[in-house]
Design a protein around this ligand. Sequence first.
Ligand SMILES: NC(=O)c1ccc[n+]([C@@H]2O[C@H](COP(=O)([O-])OP(=O)(O)OC[C@H]3O[C@@H](n4cnc5c(N)ncnc54)[C@H](O)[C@@H]3O)[C@@H](O)[C@H]2O)c1
Length: 383
Amino acid sequence: MTRKAVRIAMNGVTGRMGYRQHLVRSVLSLREQGGLDLGDGTRLWPEPVLVGRREAALRDIAERHGIEHWTTDLDSVLEDPSVEIYFDAQVTAAREEAVAKAIAAGKHIYCEKPTATTLSGALELARLATAAGVKHGVVQDKLFLPGLRKLRRLVDGGFFGRILSIRGEFGYWVFEGDWQPAQRPSWNYRAEDGGGIVLDMFPHWEYVLHELFGPIRTVQAVTATHVPQRWDEQSKPYDATADDAAYGIFQLEGGAVAQINSSWAVRVHRDELVEFQVDGTHGSAVAGLRNCRAQHRSATPRPVWNPDLPATETFRAQWQEVPDNTEFDNGFKAQWELFLRHVVLDEPWQWDLLAGARGLQLAELGLRSAAEGRRFDVPELSL
Ligand SMILES: NC(=O)c1ccc[n+]([C@@H]2O[C@H](COP(=O)([O-])OP(=O)(O)OC[C@H]3O[C@@H](n4cnc5c(N)ncnc54)[C@H](O)[C@@H]3O)[C@@H](O)[C@H]2O)c1
């Protein structure tokens, strides 16, 4: 086996996603398994170069994980021809400028969603990357989660018959930060800093619905800022200027209707933090991040509405667990592997910056729908 190194500038690795999912669970995990087997006697060996604003935090991560290279100077990394890939998991508001610079420097691009704070910004990045001829991708991790992969298997196997509707429930209680610290960064709750649940979650719903069930043709949303005051990382009170809940209805090509609630102001009475129920003429399924249960038409009970009697059926017990039938790796790592193969072997790849821009399109139309109280068509995007 020969080893082929690929140097990756990783910006935003001091953050929640950058550190845990992308650095530790993806790139370092690939190194722990001896690199990525390219199938031709070569193993691809990712060499991260940590990039960020805070020297002490970067040094600490580098020392903890035995990483040789780190810097607070993004420009110097972009000028370094040995760095092939630029990865960005910074706060959303900082992404567009950094990614545009990295494209101009000829780097391949991989980044978190949303790829920018506006549709025009996201489209511009897609155009720049295409014109520069670099490879580009956006994180669409939910597609690689066990629950959704099993759901996809049901769709692909024709289990549902004609799909009628999808109902998604996402959310959990995010503490205000006064008497218990908030478990999400405060910028998420300030519109002026790129926050808001629509900007955060509609990009996910776009690719989940699009890939599993078909393109979204209309969007209608109601948003709310249920918790108007929160306390930041320094325990200082601030006004929450961004939406913390969104109630969306999406009509899909082919007629299915998807309805997804997203909220940081709900308490969980579900099995997982996100769940999608799909109902079709031949069967239904409920998928979360890890699990997926299904009920075929032949095993569908016949409940009769009678509020005078207590429910006698245990409805949840009437569903069948969809088996794994394979080993699922971390979803972020699985997508990293595909992106690296796309970069070095030119293997097919569909989750590019144009796909990322579709997420911004849905978020922008969703916010407009909420502001104007109207339903909007979602036109096909092109470069
Ligand atoms: N794919 C997913 O499931 C998923 C989940 C959560 C967040 N995200 C995305 O990942 C990105 C990072 O989110 P996070 O939750 O890790 O955020 P975070 O606040 O934990 O981390 C943000 C990172 O950006 C850096 N940064 C750069 N400029 C900054 C600035 N001006 N102010 C503050 N920090 C700055 C920070 O140092 C830090 O490394 C966001 O774009 C978010 O939308 C994706």
